[in-house]
Design a protein. Structure first.
Lengths: 297, 332
């Protein structure tokens, strides 16, 4: 079982991104996803700079699989232009987060992987995409362990056992929705076109609570994330038995090394009873076929 | 002429759509194969043939939405839905799932395939994928694009385009929203339900009338406020000390003023949302849009939306108000 670091979902400064990834490359991670997946107005790093970062990380750690992850909601021609550069980078594997990227990759016969915002809910879909070049997929966050188990059984029946790697979004605020509207700008009474790049002020997103102070959502520009962090640390043995190949952790500003190491130890069968990072705002309901916000002990 | 595609959640609504000038009606089966899987709604094997006959005899097309995403346990139900609709000679299937699209294309190659709004295709590159792989004829666009973006997409689209003209407003890219399952366990993609009625609870308290979804407080209304259905994205929540409609207010989409622009862009069809609404809703909205479209084509340069149309539409709108939604840049 491998450990991956998903794409950074939040908007950080150039310096923060650089120093974050330079510390991450020293961590026990097998795969690192790079790139802007949420908003095309976020340009701390442009495409060339993401590519340069990918090359630099590859040089520092040749055995790490570096992947470029694409924008999740495509609305404008300018975004398609950038998307083509990601898909045609010629050097690194591409994770498609929208069917436009899938189309560009399929047209050119480039093998690819898909992120959690590509709707893959059954083995038939996986099989069709596999014929077109799919090598790895991230399960949509709302699916359960039981559904995943059945999908992988169906894949076996289709003769595709071991042909497609399965990755599960295991730690972090879950991407739940995308919109044309920027909710962070709205919270500041600003229109999207004059957003003042407010997302920079919220390196872990903007918390939304109910009127009873219950954590509900995390606003991240045009993206809405879960209010609680998904945490499947204790479910790693389940994942191993079902046949999950890769466990994905989503970047956050603090405690990332502790989280990575807790996961890495668990993957290697070391069961620490005392978690080394806070679990008070976490959830795991989706994995158990329940509302995502539920936390099972 | 731009086609008017109207919703029918049952036979009486279908009759209203047909009799008031819909060019096509869209319907679904009584199960989770469609994105309006609500109790008491939709068609079964018994009444569907009669409904199709009724529409076809009067020159109205029938589209069947099989537009949710099957999981392994339900796969055969989706196959059966596709086969049943094909056997009844409907005019098109509206689908989102890649596996279902493939099944329909293989088994019923002559039956028109439309990409559902739940397929979430927002660019011509994405549409090309579905056109090349499954030979789709038409796509319904998610409500995330501005008019300028729709126009740009239409120039290069490999397929006919259908856009939403009126009805409840999804503010998220359709097919890519899990807010509902995060709180209730059921989502449009998995169950054909958003903020499902069985999770709703109303309670009068000292602080006001409260609406809850799986116990989560969605809104709290004072005496003078109109209470709306507790759809998650239209609740009043807190950011810091501010309580407001964090995502969107209760409102409906209404693009009747954009009709000339949509026609010039080359939009093939306008879709009215609301299979879950009453036959009276279908009747009123179909009638107004039929009038608007006829009025426009009678004299394209002189088109002005009439006040009475807006009055009728406002009455059947969420929160009695309407918006241009993402079509208008400032909304975004």
């Amino acid at each position: 079982m491998q450990l991956s670091l998903g794409p950074l979902l939040y908007f950080w400064s150039f310096d923060d991104i650089q120093s974050f990834y330079h510390s991450m490359i020293e961590q026990p991670l097998d795969i690192i996803y790079l790139g802007e997946t949420v908003c095309s107005k976020r340009r701390s790093l442009n495409f060339e700079q993401w590519l340069a970062l990918a090359q630099e990380l590859k040089q520092l750690s040749p055995e790490t699989d570096i992947v470029l992850s694409t924008l999740s909601l495509i609305e404008a021609e300018s975004e398609l232009k950038t998307l083509r550069r990601y898909c045609n980078n010629g050097e690194f594997r591409v994770e498609a987060n929208d069917m436009a990227a899938v189309n560009l990759l399929v047209e050119q016969g480039i093998p690819f992987s898909t992120g959690p915002t590509i709707n893959i809910y059954n083995a038939q879909t996986l099989s069709i995409l596999h014929k077109q070049g799919l090598q790895r997929w991230v399960m949509p966050v709302e699916l359960s362990a039981q559904t995943l188990k059945e999908i992988l059984q169906d894949l076996d029946a289709l003769g595709l056992s071991g042909k497609i790697a399965t990755e599960v979004f295991s730690y972090g605020h879950m991407p739940l929705a995308l919109s044309a509207r920027c909710f962070t700008a709205r919270a500041h009474n600003l229109p999207k076109d004059q957003c003042d790049l407010k997302c920079l002020d919220y390196p872990d997103g903007l918390q939304v609570k109910s009127q009873e102070d219950q954590s509900l959502f995390t606003l991240n520009g045009i993206q809405t994330l879960s209010g609680l962090r998904n945490d499947l640390l204790h479910e790693i043995p389940d994942m191993q038995s079902i046949g999950v190949d890769i466990v994905r952790l989503s970047p956050r500003r603090q405690q990332m090394p502790e989280i990575i190491n807790a996961y890495a130890r668990r993957i290697n069968g070391i069961n620490d009873n005392s978690p080394l990072y806070t679990r008070d705002e976490n959830c795991n309901g989706y994995w158990y076929g329940e509302p995502g916000m539920i936390q099972n002990p | 002429m731009i086609e008017l595609v109207c919703p029918a959640g049952n036979f009486p609504a279908l009759k209203e759509a047909v009799n008031n000038g819909a060019n096509a009606v869209y319907i679904g089966f009584k199960d989770d194969t469609n994105a309006r899987h609500f109790a008491g709604l939709n068609f079964n094997e018994k009444n569907l043939p009669k409904a199709i006959d009724y529409a076809h005899q009067r020159g109205t097309k029938v589209f069947v939405a099989i537009n949710t995403y099957p999981q392994p346990a339900g796969w055969q139900r989706w196959q059966k839905a596709v086969d049943l609709a094909a056997d009844l000679a409907v005019d098109a299937l509206i689908m989102a799932d890649i596996g279902v699209l493939d099944y329909a294309a293989q088994q019923h190659p002559d039956l028109s395939r439309h990409l559902s709004v739940q397929g979430s295709a927002t660019s011509y590159e994405s549409l090309r994928y579905y056109q090349k792989t499954f030979g789709i004829k038409r796509a319904v666009l998610p409500r995330v694009l501005s008019v300028a973006q729709v126009a740009q997409l239409a120039q290069q689209s490999p397929v006919e385009l259908e856009v939403f003209g009126f009805g409840s407003l999804c503010i998220m890219a359709e097919g890519r929203c899990h807010l509902s399952s995060y709180v209730t366990g059921e989502s449009p993609n998995t169950c054909g339900a958003c903020s499902p009625a069985k999770s709703v609870r109303w309670e009068k308290t000292a602080q006001g009338l409260e609406s809850r979804l799986n116990n989560v407080l969605i809104d709290r209304y004072q005496e003078d406020e109109n209470a709306g259905y507790p759809t998650l994205c239209k609740g009043r929540f807190n950011i810091g000390k501010n309580t407001f409609h964090v995502l969107e207010e209760p409102t409906s989409l209404n693009t009747i003023e954009l009709l000339p622009e949509l026609d010039k862009i080359g939009i093939k069809a306008i879709k009215i949302e609301g299979r879950q609404r009453s036959p009276a809703y279908t009747q009123q909205v179909t009638q107004v849009w039929r009038q608007a479209i006829d009025h426009y084509y009678a004299n394209p340069t002189q088109y002005t939306p009439q006040t009475q149309w807006s009055e009728v539409l406002a009455k059947v709108s969420e929160g009695s108000q309407t918006t241009l939604g993402a079509y208008s840049r400032p909304w975004q």
